[in-house]
Design a protein around this ligand. Structure first.
Ligand code: DP6
Length: 346
């Protein structure tokens, strides 16, 4: 059996992807910081033997059989055979994944998990075909396959920042794949920390797909898509110029907008908890008192990400210990930071 392995991180969106259509295509462009500590490592062993002419795989999570995940991955790979990976009819795969963060930490593993899987598959395809694509072509295909697994996953593979979704004023932007935009940002953003305050470690109560679908019929949907298009441009300029103030305003308002959209969907849902709100208020007060550029954001869940430049690490860490930890489940905080994207590990 031959073996390949990739590690890929999670990411945190600044302008959020919320609403999709067609085959995992976004209704607006989004941009994210690539993280580092929260990552998935996936190894695939494969052999050129397949009795059935359809996807044949076994899947283990941290070395333990996991039927539910195996079924989900099998379905996903089946959907890729005709258009992307005909070779899947001819091989048998043994997949093992592990996450650097605990399963019940409230951190979604789909972005890191799907991107690590996609990179392994793209590499196996090359080895089987005996052709090596250039780096850009390889990463673009890996981003497309990641997106088909989970939209936000397509942004995770690039160093520092990923941008996904077509915008008429952004050259090379596409709904099909993300591109890396880390080269276009002020160095201060490359030092950013993301301390993830685990308010709740529970599984998500609403799946992402169900959440995205509720944008259909949301009365604010069109205004929201326009806002995201405008903000992407303002944010990219702020990132380039090192404008922390504009960065912070957009980042925080994006998180609140995402949660507001969920609150006014039909059915509505409320994913912040008391602790999330308490943390948000404290972060605002801390910034007003100290002038330290620390900003919050949230995904579609109660956990709060605190983003700030490295130079303020000591002050922010003691603020977390003294004032925020009390709202975290068992005092849990994951200390993450802007990272270098996916890496080949075998
Ligand atoms: C709120 O990428 O998890 O985190 O495409 O259905 O897998 P699917 O959704 P997913 O949605 C992420 C939504 C978000 C915002 C973001 O990451 O841009």
């Amino acid at each position: 059996m031959l073996k390949t392995g990739w590690q890929s991180p999670s990411n945190i969106a600044l302008v959020k992807y919320w609403g999709k259509h067609g085959r995992q295509l976004p209704n607006n462009p989004s941009v994210s910081f690539t993280l580092s500590t929260a990552a998935t490592r996936t190894f695939i062993e494969w052999e050129n033997y397949n009795k059935f002419g359809r996807v044949e795989l076994s899947f283990t999570l941290e070395g333990n059989e996991n039927q539910a995940f195996a079924a989900r991955i099998e379905k996903f790979l089946d959907s890729l055979i005709d258009d992307y990976f005909p070779f899947l009819r001819e091989v048998t795969l043994k997949i093992d994944s592990s996450n650097s963060f605990p399963h019940s930490s409230g951190i979604a593993s789909s972005a890191s998990g799907m991107s690590a899987l996609a990179l392994c598959l793209c590499e196996i395809e090359q080895l089987i075909k005996g052709e090596k694509a250039d780096q850009d072509t390889f990463m673009t295909k890996a981003s497309i396959i990641s997106r088909l697994g989970s939209g936000s996953a397509c942004r995770s593979i690039y160093p520092e920042m990923g941008l996904w979704g077509y915008h008429p004023d952004i050259p090379n932007s596409s709904d099909e794949f993300a591109t890396g935009v880390g080269a276009d940002i002020d160095p201060i953003f490359k030092t950013f920390h993301d301390d993830i305050l685990i308010v709740s470690a529970k599984e998500k109560s609403v799946s992402s797909t169900a959440g995205h679908n509720l944008m259909v019929g949301n009365p604010y949907a069109e205004a929201r898509y326009k806002q995201a298009n405008d903000r992407i441009i303002t944010l990219l300029i702020a990132l380039k110029e090192g404008d922390l103030d504009t960065f912070g305003k957009i980042t925080e308002d994006e998180a609140l907008t995402l949660h507001a959209l969920m609150m006014c969907s039909d059915p509505s849902y409320m994913l912040m908890e008391e602790g999330s709100l308490a943390i948000i208020k404290k972060v605002k007060a801390f910034r007003a008192d100290t002038n330290i550029p620390a900003y919050f954001t949230l995904d579609a869940g109660p956990n709060v990400h605190l983003l700030y430049p490295h130079e303020y690490e000591l002050e922010v860490k003691s603020f977390i210990t003294n004032e925020l930890k009390q709202y975290c489940h068992e005092g849990k905080v994951i200390h993450d930071f802007v990272g270098q994207g996916a890496q080949k590990i075998m």
